[in-house]
Design a protein. Structure first.
Length: 391
């Protein structure tokens, strides 16, 4: 358990480093002397770094010892977050954020597999669940706490705290996480390079159900990221800028509830959960689009948004693993890549919308993107999003 909790903390740092600027954009933009749209690209560049590197790094580092690889990735976060905190230069900040994204690509290339190897066969699913718990904790507690610290003290403090936590984690990993070997084929000298693995990635696209799942992932995460990345400017425009940390806390708490519900029902009602999540996010976006001037309705919308979104990573990862079959690893790697492509796209699209149409366009863009998402899920009834999981 101490080793799995260390991995969960690594996941927490990876997730929080990516999303932390969402609650700090006004202050970051002021100190870096750029607009809020440009400050939002600190999320985009991180996601680009991850999207470009997760698949090749998975292949290139397959033969590395797992502990050395994890320590390298976490050290990358410590350096990148420190530079981000101390930088008053926008180009340098963007470079540091890209390095953090590459470190995330390195981390995502090994975390789930590392967790699997630390547990006996009948407990591997639970081991992965414990390790991945860092994602909802980052959303529900980390981002609101970072936003509060940024508002109460200064935004660099939040990133320096991330560095301190990472340094503690490096010692934790070194002392309590057992090492594991890399891929046996790599260590034996077969040396499967990235180009040898790409056909398996392409082959996974021909497995029934995988393409619909990846399509839904791309569009759903894009819709979410447009609004989430620029939530601080959105709230600021409607007179709730001082409540950003509380709004994110409500969102995160709703995400935790959603994760619990999805965990309880994912084996019996995966299709119902998927459709319900999409509809909840759509209702939330509609409320924000039409009645965003009411704080009560904003909190209600954010609650529905969290209930719809919180279980989405579990639903999509489970669906990809089930549909992928023997190509499950390839499907999961592509899902992580597209997830980060969508986050990057959300930052870019949201930035353009902020400049051209203003923050009121964000919830409407969410609604537009959710229409094809719902259509794909409804069409993929046999493969991709079936009524029940195959046993």
């Amino acid at each position: 358990m101490p080793a799995l909790l260390a991995l969960a903390t690594a996941v927490f740092i990876t997730s929080l480093t990516e999303t932390l600027p969402a609650g700090l954009l006004p202050a970051m933009s002021a100190d870096l002397h750029v607009g809020e749209s440009a400050a939002g690209q600190t999320v985009t560049i991180y996601a680009i770094g991850t999207a470009l590197t997760v698949i090749p790094l998975t292949a290139v580092t397959a033969g590395w010892r797992r502990k050395r690889l994890l320590l390298t990735a976490m050290a990358g976060f410590a350096v990148a977050n420190t530079v981000t905190a101390l930088s008053d230069s926008y180009p340098l900040t963007m470079a540091a954020r890209f390095v953090a994204g590459v470190a995330a690509g390195l981390a995502w290339a090994l975390l789930a597999g590392y967790a699997r190897r630390l547990a006996p066969g009948h407990l591997r699913g639970k081991a992965i669940a414990i390790a991945m718990a860092g994602i909802p904790v980052a959303l529900s507690l980390g981002v609101p706490a970072g936003t509060f610290l940024g508002q109460a003290l200064d935004w660099p403090v939040a990133f320096l705290i991330m560095t301190g936590l990472t340094v503690v984690l490096l010692g934790w990993i070194g002392a309590l996480v057992p090492d594991q070997p890399g891929d046996a084929d790599q260590r034996a000298g077969s040396g499967r390079a990235a180009e040898d693995r790409r056909p398996s990635m392409l082959g996974a696209l021909h497995v029934p159900g995988v393409t619909p799942i990846l399509t839904v992932t791309l569009l759903l995460v894009l819709a979410h990221s447009i609004l989430y990345t620029f939530i601080a400017p959105f709230l600021d425009r409607i007179g709730m800028g001082g409540s950003t940390d509380l709004v994110l806390l409500v969102f995160g708490a709703a995400c935790l509830v959603s994760i619990w519900i999805v965990g309880a029902w994912i084996n019996r009602r995966p299709r119902v959960l998927t459709i319900a999540g999409i509809l909840l996010i759509a209702v939330a976006a509609a409320i924000l689009a039409v009645t965003s001037s009411s704080p009560v309705l904003v909190y209600a919308a954010v609650t529905l948004w969290g209930l719809g979104w919180g279980g989405a990573p579990t639903i999509l990862q489970t669906a990809a693993g089930d549909a992928g079959g023997e190509s499950a690893d390839a499907a999961q790697a592509m899902l992580v890549t597209l997830w980060n492509v969508a986050i990057a796209g959300g930052g870019l699209t949201g930035g353009l919308l902020l400049i051209l149409l203003g923050t009121t366009s964000f919830p409407w863009s969410v609604l537009v993107l959710l229409l094809p998402v719902l259509a794909v899920v409804l069409a993929a009834r046999t493969h991709g999003f079936p009524a029940r999981r195959a046993q």
